[in-house]
Design a protein around this ligand. Structure first.
Ligand code: ADP
Ligand code: MG
Ligand code: MG
Length: 449
């Protein structure tokens, strides 16, 4: 039965809807789709279900496969950019004049370049996000929203969603099944690989230690704790951790400066070049003619595949081209999104606010802190979003498909480069954006068409 027909039956039968929702929440809790509450964010005694959609969302199979297929190329691209100081310097030159945060990160990058790397192992854990643009011509085309190299949320939850959606299939006439392709094990293997490389790097004489590595001790530490208690020994080993995963940009810069972390042997995830490669400004520069070709000189097919996912991206650098961008945005603000160099949701500017901001900054270099992007126009799909403390109601929803990529490199040798799964996030079409952790969007699973 088509999803719309099921929805129509549920809308007119509130008792059946409530029953289905209660069952769905039960299955979510049973399958471990849980999250701590906002009232007691540090308590393990009180948890609730992770916000999720009642139904999977239809996604064209071709677009889904396209997103998976291009991921290892994006891994390679990000890794190449992170190792190219000339490119990063040129791409970010105007941004670092206007944006303190990017300037600070770039400073750290320069520092690392000057001092030389202590740790040759590089790990990438990326999520490339897409929406289906169904604007004027009504055909679905996969368009990249951004690549995340930091704040990559969603690991560990997404593979549980299809279980819930599958369960609902058994509830009478609901026969729709979400798809799971995420393999959490692959992400863990990436970290295992990193650990093995780290250990073999430390031990000049190889011994049996590696065979013990599967017994990897895992310690979870908050950034504040590492900051407070972490220390470097004479060999630059950072006591407390081998592999550090940065969750937010703030912790990133804090950690770097506070404990000489920059010089430690710890494997940083992401390393500083990789974080810069994930900035919105780099994304915009990559869309300029000839830039992708520089990174893939003999691989026109790879360039084509990557470029096919790019939406229109426009510079706001000082000069004629940037002036044109300002004019274009002011004339039709609803067609665009104005983006600063930030992560984690809630920072972009839309609609009439674009005009307000651009009017203020258009004559100064302040405008170079932003880039402009075509607004992707997905066709809304009706669904129920199950979120604690929100009334249950049918909503028009937009979805964003994230594809996870992992890679490990030691010096010049790439020892792993894989696409390891996907995450579908769904939000009400009425809100411009929302994060998983803020409860504005919910996890979902794709129903391939
Ligand atoms: P962040 O790094 O803060 O997540 P994003 O570029 O992903 O920044 O933007 C945040 C959200 O804004 C996205 O998840 C999406 O919902 C919305 N968004 C971003 N860019 C576009 C776009 N070009 N068209 C439509 N929506 C967008
Ligand atoms: Mg981001
Ligand atoms: Mg995002």
């Amino acid at each position: 039965m088509a999803t719309e027909a099921i929805l129509q039956r549920l809308i007119t039968n509130p008792e059946r809807l409530k029953d289905l929702v209660d069952k769905a929440k039960d299955v979510a809790l049973q399958s471990g789709m849980v999250i701590r509450t906002k009232e007691k964010p540090n308590s393990s005694e009180v948890v609730t279900y992770y916000p999720f959609s009642l139904f999977p969302t239809p996604v064209p199979k071709a677009a889904f496969l396209q997103a998976l297929a291009v991921q290892t190329h994006f891994n390679t691209l990000v890794d190449k950019i992170s190792q190219d100081p000339d490119f990063l310097e040129e791409a970010l030159a105007s941004t670092i004049q206007a944006d303190d945060f990017t300037a600070k990160l770039f400073d750290i990058y320069r520092h690392v370049q000057q001092e030389g790397r202590t740790q040759p192992i590089v790990v990438g854990l990326l999520r490339s996000d897409y929406m289906l643009d169904q604007g004027e011509c009504r055909t679905s085309s996969l368009k990249q929203i951004e690549i995340n190299t930091i704040s990559v949320a969603g690991f560990g939850v997404i593979d549980r969603v299809p279980e819930v959606h599958r369960y609902l299939r058994t509830c009478n006439s609901v026969f729709i099944i979400g798809l799971t392709l995420f393999n959490q094990g692959n992400c863990v293997l990436t970290l295992v690989k990193t650990w093995e490389l780290y250990v073999s790097h430390l031990l000049s004489a190889k011994n049996n230690f590696l065979s013990l590595c599967r017994n990897i001790p895992v310690i979870r530490r908050k950034f504040e704790d590492v900051s407070r208690r972490g220390s470097l020994d004479d060999d630059k080993k950072l006591f407390v951790c081998v592999c550090i995963y940065f969750y937010s940009c703030e912790t990133f810069s804090l950690m770097f400066w506070e404990i000489g972390f920059i010089r430690s042997l710890a494997v940083k995830l992401p390393d500083i070049g990789t974080q810069l490669a994930g900035t919105k400004k780099v994304q915009q520069v990559l869309s300029k003619p000839g830039v992708l070709e520089k990174f893939f000189p003999d691989q026109p097919r790879v360039v084509e595949r990557i470029r096919a996912t790019f939406a229109g991206l426009y510079t706001l650098d000082m000069g004629l081209e940037g002036d044109k961008t300002v004019e274009m945005a002011l004339a039709a603000p609803d067609q665009f999104v104005l983006k600063p160099q930030r992560e984690g949701g809630g920072n972009n500017i839309y609609g009439s606010d674009i005009c307000q901001v651009l009017q203020q900054v258009k004559e100064s270099t302040e405008r170079t802190a932003y880039i402009l992007m075509d607004k992707i126009q997905p066709t809304p799909v009706q669904n129920y979003m199950l979120r604690r403390d929100f009334p249950l109601q049918i909503s028009n929803c937009d979805s964003e498909l994230g594809v996870f990529g992992v890679y490990v490199r030691q010096g010049k040798d790439t020892v792993m480069n894989e696409c390891v799964g996907h995450l579908l996030r769904t939000k009400s079409s009425e809100v411009s954006e929302g994060g998983l952790t803020t409860g504005i969007c919910v996890v979902d699973s794709p129903l391939l068409l």
